[in-house]
Ligand binder design. Structure first.
Ligand SMILES: [Zn+2]
Length: 208
């Protein structure tokens, strides 16, 4: 199971057109080479502890139970797979920082350089920008996951209540046939109908 801690502050000097603080003194191609075989250390250095197992588990970025796994070349290239949201996503060690912390490519690069001890010309402001961004992104992802869980629970409750009512109606129809007369709705059926009604109002009442 993936374990998340808040990433330590990272960042760099200078500003690009999108307003992110970073430096491009050492680019992706060089850093990608320097990072080969270092991804376990890099990710744990950024607060992301991943067990090297081929089994599927929860995604450190988008949650779930069994949508995420590390690829066989994770130690070398940091590669991973996530089936979150139905679309399979694959990426390298840099991309995982985007998936989990919401960092841009430039921010991913700055973070990896910092862990590898490559000079990024860090400023306190740049470090804060990245830290705040990661924290906000994680809160957002957690809120989305919670809303999804609640929606799944609500649908499951509604389905259950609908089936209860259906059972009660069928039971009365069965008794009616046995007795050769049309029996009126009885206690359990009315209770099931009321329960379904209250769940429907709870789920959709606010939309009317
Ligand atoms: Zn994911």
């Amino acid at each position: 199971m993936a374990k998340i801690n808040m990433p330590p502050a990272v960042g760099a000097q200078g500003k690009n057109t999108t307003g992110h603080h970073y430096t491009t003194a050492t680019g992706f191609s060089e850093v990608r080479l320097l990072a080969i075989g270092q991804w376990g250390r890099i990710h744990s250095g950024l607060g992301l502890s991943l067990k090297m197992t081929r089994k599927h588990g929860p995604c450190p970025g988008c949650g779930g139970n069994d949508r995420f796994r590390l690829a066989h070349d994770y130690p070398e290239h940091g590669r991973w797979l996530c089936g979150g949201g139905g679309d399979l996503q694959v990426g390298d060690g840099f991309a995982l920082l985007g998936h989990v912390f919401g960092w841009s490519a430039a921010e991913q690069l700055a973070a990896v350089k910092r862990v590898l001890g490559i000079d990024t010309g860090l400023t306190a402001t740049g470090r804060q920008v990245l830290r705040y961004k990661a924290e906000a992104y994680r809160r957002d992802m957690a809120a989305k996951a919670k809303a999804k869980d609640e929606a799944i629970q609500r649908d499951s409750d509604l389905l259950g209540a609908t089936m209860d009512l259906d059972d009660a109606i069928r039971h009365r129809q069965y008794l009616s046939r046995q007795n050769n007369e049309t029996l009126p709705p009885y206690g359990a059926e009315l209770q099931a109908a009321q329960h379904l009604n209250s769940l429907l109002l709870e789920a959709y009442g606010g939309l009317m």
